[in-house]
Write a protein that binds this ligand. Structure first.
Ligand code: ZN
Length: 327
């Protein structure tokens, strides 16, 4: 299909791109709010793939991203928490290396390139793609990492170029995931490793907190996957799923914590916004945050325990899927 035609059709067709079922998505959640707009989540009755409606065009999303999503990502969380996150990210490197032959890695949606800098330090040739406009100016080689502005559509790599391609919490943002997967397959070497980390819509935290689940994140998360339907998609695209990890220290306990607060009736994602200093809060917001801190000695251990429980049940709040290109 031609690029323009494909873009126009992205997200509008009623057929499910994973199980190919015809007909509408249904049985979802209504009235998820973001910045004064309302969104609905609908599911494919056959494979359970979730989809956000209205399904915003890449152009509309880009506008909302630049105004709200990461206005300053120099620090995502307060210092000590960032330090812990860095230790956790080293674990990502080790898990990729457990499957992939050391060589050339591409991280799609690499953000500040934290992961790539770690990989570079471990002897990898590191490449990153990022939609952040600031990459345009900085661009090129930064601290030994090749950074390019844009996505896979604007940046074409040679066939069989990479040993590993990673998408850490990016795949759920893609409006044409089937095409992106085909492109990943093309640029991976035979036997190359693909890693996709996404929220898990069949997780314990998603099922316990329903429409209040933190990781629905409308309108940014366009599709909502499970371990089962993502594996099915990968296998239909000639990848072999080697491993699915259900615990993420970085994402899962926080996902539970914020979803529990949302479920209790606090303004959606207030604590997250507070941590990221995203909003100058009202007096009421600060009162609510004070109440959250008072409840923290109960809610935080509970969230950690529940995250461990859901991982043991293979129903983690977010999942990392490790797959190998066949042939
Ligand atoms: Zn389906």
């Amino acid at each position: 299909m031609r690029k323009k035609e494909r873009k126009e059709n992205a997200g509008r067709e009623s057929a499910c791109f994973i199980c190919k079922r015809e007909g509408e998505f249904k049985h979802g959640y209504d009235g998820l709010e973001f910045e004064g707009a309302s969104y609905n989540i609908r599911f494919c009755p056959s494979c359970g793939l979730g989809k956000t409606f209205p399904f915003l065009s890449p152009e509309r999303l880009k506008k909302i991203y630049s105004s709200t999503y990461r206005e300053d990502d120099s620090t995502r969380f307060p210092g000590p928490l960032e330090a812990v996150i860095n230790i956790v990210r080293t674990g990502r490197c080790r898990r990729v290396e457990a499957l992939a032959k050391k060589g050339r890695v591409l991280d799609i949606g690499c953000g500040r390139a934290d992961f790539l800098l770690l990989m570079k330090g471990r002897g990898w040739e590191a490449h990153g793609l990022e939609l952040d406009e600031r990459i345009k100016e900085r661009g090129g080689k930064a601290r030994g990492v090749e950074l390019k502005y844009g996505g896979l559509e604007e940046n074409r790599f040679p066939d069989a170029f990479f040993d590993a391609v990673t998408l850490w919490h990016v795949f759920e943002h893609l409006s044409d995931p089937a095409w992106a997967l085909g492109e990943c397959k093309r640029i991976l070497k035979p036997g190359g490793t693909l890693v996709i980390a996404v929220p898990n819509v069949k997780s314990l935290q998603a099922r316990m907190t329903g429409k209040h689940w933190f990781h629905f994140d409308p309108p940014f998360h366009l599709y909502h996957y499970s371990a089962l339907n993502l594996s099915r998609l990968l296998e239909a695209s000639s990848f072999k799923v080697e491993k699915v990890r259900h615990f993420s220290f970085e994402y899962n306990p926080f996902g539970f914590l914020q979803s529990i607060f949302n479920r209790m009736g606090f303004r959606a994602n207030l604590f997250y916004d507070f941590l990221r200093s995203r909003h100058r809060g009202t007096a009421e917001d600060y009162f609510c945050i004070a109440v959250m801190f008072i409840m923290m000695p109960v809610i935080l251990p509970l969230s950690i325990l529940l995250s461990i429980a859901e991982a043991l049940l293979r129903q983690g709040g977010t999942i990392e899927v490790y797959a190998r290109k066949q042939g």
